[in-house]
Design a protein around this ligand. Sequence first.
Ligand code: 9WN
Length: 487
Amino acid sequence: MSTGTSVPTLPSDLQDLRATALEVLRGNDLGDVTRPSPTLYPHQWLWDSCFIAIGLRHVDPARAAAEVLSLLRGQWPNGMIPHVIFAEVDDFYHAGPQRWRCDRYVVTASGAQSTGITQPPMIAEAAVRVGEMLDPKARIDFYRALLPGLIRFHEFLHTERDPDDEGLVTLVHSWESGMDNTPPWMEATLPITPRRVKVLRRLGTAEALDALRRDAKEVPAEERLTSADLFTLYRVVRELRRSCYSFRNIRETEVPLVQDVAFNAILVRANDHLVEIAAEAGVKLPKRLTRSMRRCREAMEQLWSQSTYFSRDFRTGELLRHETVGGFLPLYAGVVPEERIDGLVKAMTSPRYWPRYGVASVPADDPAFLPRCYWQGPVWVNINWLLADGLERYGRLEAARELRANVLNLISSSGQMFEYYSPLDGTGAGSNSFSWTAALLLDLLARPDLPEIQAVAARAADRLGTTGVPGARRATDEDRPAAADAG
Ligand code: 9WN
């Protein structure tokens, strides 16, 4: 990674924040891949690398392109790009290669070890963002190197994971959603709880399992999923392994099968980007794939009910009616009819999702809500990036700025790159020195409308009685030309 020269237009205090972000990325740099964090996540994760590339492009576009391309190292013969490609480090990760034993079934493109599941398909988004920073020749070379693998990945999703041609892609583990213990997934996973966990739960002694987990050595257990949930997710891995990771076998087991709303929304957007990438590289996409893309976009409508979007159970066809931030991601996909947009914006900025900071991963009035616990309440920077991007494309610039300003306030109040933040008091939780928080902060700081975002951040900080973003008051509405804001 290059040194990342200073950005001349940035106030000096934001330069400091930027320097911290760069330091985090440099510290997590493993060559041409970046680990999510130094201790808890020592390998390469699919969607993490994509968000990381989106930030790195402002510092070193060639390195960002390498980060995206490196994901192809893990590609399976069936086209799947795995959720984790294991680095050759001493394995202290709690769900390392020995839990998956995938090398018994497949050899990845590079021979690297991997998990047997995938993660949200952010690759095309990352590729387009990185492509914007490359000169035209380098961009076309990059796209051409990426395309064969990327096309096969999208084909895998639309065929292997949509065997009944319903339009929507089905996930086989909550880790594939990226939102590991999000309530609808944990409910869907409940029936497969291992017997010993059920017994301990019944006896009220499930914390006896705490001593057996590795992840809680890095991060306080109460900021992660419960041990009962974690051991249930390990059980799902065992079933997947026994099914040789083949959907045809998996569907015959008790493994939860979910048409995840957020994953499918990300796929719809990725498909649009794939079309763009292919056109620029002069590559024709297979007809069957373009048909699947269209059907996936149309099928998103089936996930809408009354006031939000939900995930759906693949087997029963029933919506999993437990509201989470995932229900807003169709905004990112661009599939929401105009008449629903303002309602969704109102909901995501209401005290339920924005008690003090937003957008929370679970509404604050939900019985499952825990402000500092993983995907059960905290604000995640990557999800807010996706939402702001969607809002901007719908012309809701003011709302997009509110989200970005809020993220800036959250990060700058501690000056550290946490994995997630409490929507109640803004404190950081989970892993520290977390790469995608750092990378997406770099992306935010490089935005041309940063002064306007800073002004919104300053107003929010005044309202909340907090210190707010350093340097924000240099960019008030008075000393800047009015923004062309349609929001
Ligand atoms: C399991 C790496 C990953 C993220 C996920 C996040 C968390 C892993 C874990 O960390 O999941 O994949 O071990 O907890 O939930 O979104 O990609 O940062």
